[in-house]
Design a protein around this ligand. Structure first.
Ligand SMILES: Cc1ncc(COP(=O)(O)O)c(C=O)c1O
Length: 418
């Protein structure tokens, strides 16, 4: 009988999936996101007579700290990113049947507000290597009913804001930026969210910074700014102290505990975004040139805040399918997943069945739109989701972990190369 020392030693290039040693040896530490500053602020808050947002000191502080970074004059903290976008859509004046052009690869929160305002989400196709709205397709999707473009900076990578801004100006459309995944990202040096007419952010538990849940919507334009507070607070006017709603609006108020945490998180935001940006760019550099792998493109002079790192795999270049490739990555210790959302939004049952309000879609029933989501196709977006590999990334990861992740990726790619 052979003793252990006589067993053949696994080759260093043998996949971990097949019994070899994993390429990632540095274990990522659990991310510590809150600490003494949040604890102290919450303790201070508990001494307050009220936890109501309006004129609450925590919410005021949150606004002040947000403004110091974004220099936007009208700021409405609210209960979620979904709420922020709904408020923006309502402030933009989207009326029944109005079309809003947006991305098919995003969270439902991007489109919920459009649908609640009885607007019509129109999905435009995406850039193959940045996964954001393709301005050429946005242009093709414009009709006389188009009122706005809702641009999502997916995974923290800025959209082509120069071209989207130009299209919006040319066609007198409102440009709304969904920055839920893009805290701290910069387009040509400017913070995303400040180029469009309205910017929207999420403070949910999974974003760069968070307060459990929460959101912020902001603008520099008085015509939208004057509406933000009312659109998120039952149309009550807290400034004028009047309770005479002139339109319908939900209660999307933030609360002081959320603001207290968010105000401290805001001080960490740029550092977190910069750390993610640095690690994401390093990972991209170390993965460059692998045949069959298409990396995400970050435009020169833009900074991506990498909420995650998503690349694409050309299945024809490998001897395995994506699921096996990802399984092999995970066995090596890479934090990887196959794809992002399961399908483009328009393939979700709610869209396929036009089931938005109790099995009905009033704008269609009343002839205000001819949209049929069963016929919508965005080939590039579909291709992205079929070929995407998502690598987790966060500010707590070490450079060593990133380098070993790249090493592991190269090992798996080399093993399965055709
Ligand atoms: C791109 C995008 N938009 C909107 C939202 C909605 O944000 P929330 O979950 O805070 O409502 C999310 C959240 O995942 C998102 O990723």
């Amino acid at each position: 009988m052979k003793t252990a020392s006589h067993l053949p030693h696994p080759s260093p290039v043998q996949l971990a999936l097949e019994g070899g040693p994993p390429a990632v040896r540095a274990k990522p530490q659990p991310l510590i996101r809150w600490g003494d500053p949040e604890r102290q602020r919450l303790a201070e808050m508990i001494g307050q007579p009220s936890l109501f947002y309006w004129n609450g000191p925590q919410t005021r502080l949150l606004v002040e700290r947000f403004r110091a970074i974004f220099s936007l004059s009208h700021v409405m903290p609210c209960s979620s990113g979904t709420a922020a976008i709904h408020i923006a859509v309502q402030a933009a004046g989207i009326a029944p049947g109005d079309e809003v052009i947006t991305s098919p690869i995003t969270d439902m929160g991007t489109v919920i507000g459009i649908l609640y305002q009885q607007g019509v989400p129109v999905f435009a196709d995406l850039e193959a290597d940045r996964y954001n709205l393709d301005p050429a397709d946005v242009r093709r999707k414009i009709t006389p009913r188009t009122k706005a473009i809702l641009a999502v900076h997916l995974a923290g990578n800025p959209c082509d804001l120069a071209r989207l801004r130009a299209i919006a100006d040319e066609h007198r459309l409102v440009l709304i930026e969904d920055c839920a995944q893009a805290w701290g990202a910069r387009w040509q040096g400017r913070p995303v969210g400040t180029v469009g007419d309205l910017g929207c952010w999420s403070l949910n538990d999974f974003k760069h910074i968070g307060s459990g849940d929460g959101g912020i919507v902001a603008t520099n334009q008085p015509r939208f700014g004057a509406l933000l507070q009312r659109c998120g607070d039952k149309a009550y006017d807290r400034e004028k102290k009047t309770r005479a709603p002139e339109f319908l609006a939900p209660n999307y108020r933030i609360s002081e505990p959320q603001s207290a945490v968010a105000a401290e998180q805001m001080l960490r935001m740029e550092e977190i975004a910069a750390a993610r940006g640095r690690l994401g760019m390093l990972l991209g550099e170390k993965l460059r040139g692998i045949p069959g792998i298409q990396l995400p493109r970050v435009e020169e002079n833009d900074s991506c805040s990498f909420w995650f790192f998503m690349l694409r795999m050309d299945p024809s270049a490998f001897r395995c399918d994506r699921a096996t490739f990802v399984e092999a990555l995970c066995a090596e210790g890479v934090l990887a997943g196959a794809g992002y959302i399961p399908t483009p939004l328009y393939r979700y049952p709610a869209f396929q069945n036009h089931n938005f309000f109790g099995g009905r879609w009033p704008v269609k029933d009343f002839g205000l739109t001819t949209m049929d989501y069963r016929e919508v196709r965005c080939p590039e977006a579909e291709g992205i989701l079929e070929t995407a590999i998502l690598l987790q990334l966060n500010q707590g990861m070490t450079e060593t972990f990133i380098l070993e992740t790249a090493e592991a990726f190269r090992k798996v790619a080399a093993h399965y190369r055709k």
